[in-house]
Design a protein around this ligand. Structure first.
Ligand SMILES: *Cc1c(COP(=O)(O)O)cnc(C)c1O
Length: 647
């Protein structure tokens, strides 16, 4: 950590900021107690003042303490995410603003399902949606007709599911209008066209339908509304809906090979089934636009509807950034050909990197200006991907990943809030106060639009306060993200030094240049040409780097994670390069052998804020590689057959 602006942000690996957090927690716990007392101070204490002296009370407290002590003791075996020795998964220390706001809010226990249960924190959740919308470049002025809308979820998985749900709702709606026989609205001249209306046309249709219904006498309007409802996919379910539209095949979803498994889960949940998920080949770990183009051409030729194309902004395993600009361009082109689909960006991991690209005033930072801050970031393709976010339809962003917020905080944001009315469980999307101009008023019954029911207001408070203290631009929250990129650059430099120093023992390859703050590394013992042997070697090395609750924590020196790289993610050319760098025989790859069909590699997430300790002149990254070198020596020595001893 080098920037003094970041000193107070976290509790710290040594608990350096304990005094700050403790002051805040005690102060606001007391504040909460005063609030209780001042509600009706004339009410006497309901628990008698002598209660603490009763044997029951004391026995209860004793039991409670015993359990808490054993919980606290057990939790000491937790994974030390806060430590700069942790380079494993997508988690790190927690930001104090979020932690303090969450602890402060918990005893009030707001439920963000509706304003009746959360008069304060629902507004905060809606504001968080707008803060994140602004961060990615969507319209975030609640007075604007096309303002974005966002809400929190338990995580990225549910946000991705919400994206599927909304896309299906939006695409199926014009078909319902057609089937209901609504006169005078432009819903396309057949089901294919109705399903492929562009995003703007569909949004316009929502407004047009609303105005038309309002122009009718109340009784007639009610009749029409019922008729439309009866034809909606939300009413009929997928089976009956597609039975009623026999010319239309159920849609598919396109997502890159490295997409998170939440997409498969989401498709099962929504009822389209896993088979509807069509994986787009990659080259260099990113969606291959030519392959995407070919898949879209085929869909168009076969009249196969496409619900959505997913772009990943920071893949879970590799941190790679898809060409979102290319996805948007493909969507524009195919729309003119009559094939329309939603573009959703799964930015569960990389979403907060957008802060680096955002001016405090809201504009996008230029590539040259940004690159001045780094050795080699962002690559022009990465800059173009972030610049195109504003033209996508929706995004998933996880505050509980690069937002440094406690788990249980994902977010879904759609570019135009007028779409979300279609998800309204009350199903009065057309008559509910759509003339109530106040954005915040309209969405206060949040539970009607989101997949979940009861949901924690404390999580909304945590994310909101964090964004207020550290606004989502490069000069504030971006400082943290900047550090993750600097750590990545330092990591790669250490990796190169390590590779040179260990050249006699292992060959090292960085299979793909990191797009963001995740670095993978492949290692092969010198002289070995067999991929299966290399994979066993890396798995054994990983035994030293994984968390293992059975061994005492202090025995672990460093944590990293492991992943596997399939040849089809890299593409032929890059795969050949990696195999050559590692000295592997390409013929040793065997697609039918699970031990040899892919490369087992180490994976490092570099989001911890303390990886480089300038104060004490320590680089934990350098120490990590020293540790790795020691373990490799050991492993290779053990693998060498021992000379037979005399006797
Ligand atoms: C983590 C992640 C998810 C899933 O998010 P959860 O918060 O774990 O539900 C989805 N997509 C990507 C790209 C992710 O990194």
């Amino acid at each position: 950590m080098s920037d003094p602006a970041l000193y107070p942000c976290f509790l710290g690996p040594y608990g350096e900021n304990d005094a700050l957090l403790e002051r805040l927690v005690v102060e606001f716990l007391r504040d909460h107690v005063y609030w209780r007392r001042n509600f009706h101070p004339e009410d006497p204490p309901a628990v008698p003042t002598h209660a603490a002296q009763t044997p029951e009370f004391m026995a209860f407290e004793a039991r409670l303490r015993r359990e808490l002590h054993s919980l606290s003791a057990a939790l000491k075996r937790s994974v030390p995410f806060h430590s700069p020795r942790y380079l494993g998964h997508m988690v790190s220390d927690l930001l104090i603003p979020g932690l303090a706001a969450q602890i402060l809010t918990l005893p009030y226990n707001p439920n963000n399902v509706s304003e009746e249960a959360a008069p304060i924190t629902i507004d905060l959740e809606l504001k968080v949606g707008l803060q994140l919308a602004r961060m990615v470049g969507y319209s975030s002025d609640p007075a604007a007709p096309d303002c974005a809308f966002g809400h929190l979820t338990s995580g990225g998985t549910l946000a991705n599911y919400q994206a599927l749900r909304l896309a299906l709702s939006l695409k199926a709606w014009p078909l319902a209008l057609r089937a209901a026989g609504v006169p005078g609205l432009d819903c396309g001249s057949d089901d294919w066209q109705a399903f492929n209306l562009g995003h703007d046309a569909r949004i316009a249709l929502i407004g047009d339908c609303d105005r038309w219904l309002r122009s009718l006498p109340a009784g007639q309007a009610r009749q029409w509304r019922k008729r439309i409802e009866a034809e909606r996919v939300e009413t009929l379910g997928l089976n009956a809906f597609f039975e009623r539209h026999p010319q239309l095949k159920p849609p598919i979803v396109l997502a890159p090979v490295t997409a998170h498994y939440s997409w498969s889960k989401g498709l099962k949940l929504i009822g389209l089934g896993r088979k509807a998920l069509h994986l787009v080949p990659e080259s260099g770990m990113r969606t291959d636009l030519e392959a995407l183009e070919a898949m879209l051409q085929r869909a168009l030729a076969e009249r196969q509807p496409v619900l959505m194309a997913v772009g990943v902004l920071g893949s879970t395993e590799f941190g790679t950034i898809d060409p979102i600009d290319g996805l948007v361009a493909a969507r524009e082109r195919f729309r003119t050909l009559g094939l329309d689909f939603a573009v959703h960006v799964d930015a569960a991991w990389g979403g907060y990197l957008s802060t680096l690209f955002r001016e405090p005033e809201g504009g996008l930072r230029g590539l040259a200006e940004m690159r001045a801050d780094f050795a080699d970031f962002p690559a022009p393709a990465v800059h173009a991907a972030f610049a195109a976010l504003a033209q996508t339809d929706s995004v998933t962003i996880d505050p509980h990943k690069l937002g440094y917020i406690a788990f249980g905080a994902g977010a879904f944001i759609c570019r135009d809030h007028r779409a979300i009315g279609l998800l309204d469980e009350a199903a009065d999307y057309v008559f509910s106060d759509s003339d109530s101009a106040d954005f915040f008023q309209r969405y206060r019954a949040l539970g009607r639009y989101v997949p979940e029911g009861s949901k924690p207001g404390a999580a909304a408070a945590a994310v909101y306060v964090t964004h207020q203290v550290l606004p989502l631009d490069y000069a504030h929250f971006g400082l943290l993200q900047k550090q993750t990129i600097h750590s990545t650059e330092a990591f790669v430099a250490e990796l190169r030094r390590f590779a040179d120093a260990e050249a006699a023992l292992v060959r090292v390859s960085v299979p793909f240049a990191p797009d963001s703050n995740l670095v993978c590394m492949a290692l092969n013992p010198v002289g070995n040409r067999d991929i299966a042997v290399m994979n066993r070697f890396v798995r054994r090395l990983y035994q030293y780097l994984k968390s293992d609750p059975k061994t005492p924590l202090q025995v672990h020196e460093f944590f990293a994670s492991m992943t596997t790289l399939q040849p089809e993610m890299l593409g032929e050319q890059d795969m050949a390069r990696v195999l050559a760098e590692l000295g592997l025989d390409p013929a040793s790859i065997n697609p039918d052998d699970s031990g040899a069909d892919r490369l087992v590699i180490l994976r490092h997430t570099l989001m911890n804020p303390y990886l480089i300790d300038r104060e004490n002149g320590i680089s934990y990254l350098a120490r990590y590689f020293e540790y790795l070198a020691r373990r490799i020596d050991e492993l290779l020595f053990l693998q060498r057959p021992l000379l037979p001893t005399c006797g």
